[in-house]
Design a protein around this ligand. Sequence first.
Ligand code: PRP
Ligand code: URA
Length: 208
Amino acid sequence: MSIEVVHHPLVKHILTRLRDLTTEPAQFRALARQLTLLLAVEATRDLPLREQQVQTPLELAQGYALAQPIVAVPILRAGLGMLEAITELFTEVRVGYIGLERDEATAVARAYYCKLPPIGDSRVLLLDPMLATGGSAAQAIEVLLRAGARDIVHICVVAAPEGVRLLNERFPQVRIVAASLDRGLNDRKFILPGLGDFGDRLYGTGTH
Ligand code: PRP
Ligand code: URA
């Protein structure tokens, strides 16, 4: 199975607080943002650079600039909880949106929105915190490939082996960066131990 799990102690610390059912939405949103910052560093550690000189207050120094544009694509709605971290790190990022919602009975995702910027040679950061069956991510990747994306990294918080296997089989070129590879799915296709419904926890829309 091909997945890059980030083993930084801070990642484990923040993820544990996200899993905690007593974490309220405001805190959950802050933690999701912090965790995404750490995951984004891993997802972009291989970005190309070009050399660029910079004038310091003392003298001319050799510096660098990122040489590949970034496109971020959150899957609505839970992926929105990861977006602010990316726009903060990559100020020139262009952002696309893909709206997908799982049917509660079948767990099959239905597409309801799509708006993408030009992609070209950009590194596409696909943002969706939960990789469960992989159905939503697979639909989003199909859309991105049709739009011309050639360099896609899927950043998620928690991944299930079922979803990772599906993406590895169908899109071996897509990297997956996650905070955790969890045990598996329950009969409602929720991740175990997971952290529940990420969108509900982010926006306080859950019933309990
Ligand atoms: C969740 C999650 C993923 C999807 C993962 O979204 O944010 O998009 O489920 O499940 P999958 O791998 O089995 O497709 P959901 O459909 O609940 O929508 P929401 O983000 O609007 O709450
Ligand atoms: N979507 C979620 O928000 N949580 C899961 O465990 C699975 C899908």
